[in-house]
Design a binder for this molecule. Structure first.
Ligand SMILES: C[S@@+](CC[C@H](N)C(=O)[O-])C[C@H]1O[C@@H](n2cnc3c(N)ncnc32)[C@H](O)[C@@H]1O
Length: 323
């Protein structure tokens, strides 16, 4: 019953998606804000509405984003939500152990949730690099004996602070530092902001490296390593060349349109074969030993992963959760 109900509303949802996307794009372009940062948190809104993952702050923040996207969001996801409310059914692709095409983004969210939550009690500082509109740092560091830093490009961070203010979201326990990895020394900015390299740190670097040149990615990892006291943890993701240089014409067109809006995809890794060895190569010389490698495939029939989450620790550790 869920699927027919959802299919019935799909045309309206698709139309709303196009209109909302266009309006959101125009609004972010006008302000020089990262469109992809705004786009990647939409699924978190949906997961909250479906009762899969509680995220009231994101829901409140999104209500205040420019371009009146709230109505479009309800129209876009309305068919799914209505079908869910009427049947109680939650699509299996949305849980932590999901399979199928949607599982790439849902498993990513759930995996980073877990990694972040597990790391905070073990460290004294948390740094989110390229935080976009991700609000995990607020919940996971609130009331904890850690110093928290959220680093991102100036315009995107300014909008985040603005909408958090409008939504009444308390964020004083986090230090917000604007920086551009390509043009400025994020290390200097972080140190001046109160970061202490002698304290163990959790570094969260999610869905940023694909927008940077490989040299910048490797240099940033080296710098993170230099700033990491023993006991530090790094979580980052890498996109496979299957996604960053796709053979699929539809995916290729999607990437070209993302490039046209000023966020060209640059760094991808060949994730075929021994993913773990490739991940170890990326972390080589940074001081981080790979402790966890979570490769994700679009479906069980795909042999090679297209995306992987890597966790490294200074001082080493055991790999317990590789998928
Ligand atoms: C796809 S978003 C991911 C945001 C967030 N980490 C998340 O997962 O929700 C990419 C983020 O990388 C940031 N970013 C991209 N290039 C950057 C650069 N050169 N310097 C600083 N931040 C950058 C963008 O501002 C944006 O917030």
């Amino acid at each position: 019953m869920f699927l027919p109900l959802q299919a019935l509303g799909a045309p309206l949802g698709a139309l709303a998606g196009v209109v909302t996307g266009a309006r959101g794009l125009a609004a972010t372009r006008r302000r020089g804000v990262s469109f992809t940062a705004a786009a990647v948190i939409e699924p978190r809104w949906l997961l909250h509405q479906l009762g899969v993952r509680s995220d009231p702050r994101t829901v409140a923040m999104l209500r205040h984003m420019p371009a009146e996207a709230e109505l479009g969001r309800w129209m876009m996801f309305g068919p799914t939500l209505l079908a869910h409310r009427l049947t109680g059914f939650v699509p299996p692709g949305l849980g932590p152990r999901a399979h199928g095409p949607a599982s790439l983004w849902t498993r990513r969210i759930h995996a980073f949730d877990r990694i972040f939550a597990e790391a905070v009690p073990r460290v004294e500082q948390v740094v989110v690099l390229g935080g976009g509109f991700d609000l995990r740092i607020l919940e996971l560091t609130e009331g904890e004996p850690v110093r928290a830093f959220d680093v991102d490009q100036k315009e995107t961070q300014a909008l985040k602070l603005e909408v958090m203010g409008k939504a009444g979201i308390a964020h004083d326990h986090v230090t917000y530092l604007p920086v551009d990895f390509r043009r400025e020394s994020w290390v200097d900015t972080l140190r001046q902001g109160g970061f202490d390299p002698s304290r163990p740190t959790y570094w969260h670097w999610e869905s940023v490296s694909l927008y940077l040149d490989e040299a910048v990615v490797r240099e940033t990892l080296r710098q993170i390593g230099e700033l990491s006291a023993p006991g530090s943890v790094l979580a980052q993701d890498v996109y496979g060349t299957a996604l960053t240089r796709p053979r699929d014409p539809l995916l290729g067109a999607a990437l070209r349109s993302v490039a046209m809006i000023g966020e060209p995809v640059k760094f991808g890794m060949d994730l075929s074969g021994d993913v773990r060895a490739r991940a170890e190569d990326l972390l080589a010389g940074t001081g981080f030993a790979l402790t966890e490698c979570i490769p994700l495939r679009p479906s069980p029939v795909h042999r090679d992963p297209v995306y992987a989450i890597l966790v490294g620790e200074t001082g080493g550790g055991e790999d317990t959760r590789g998928a």
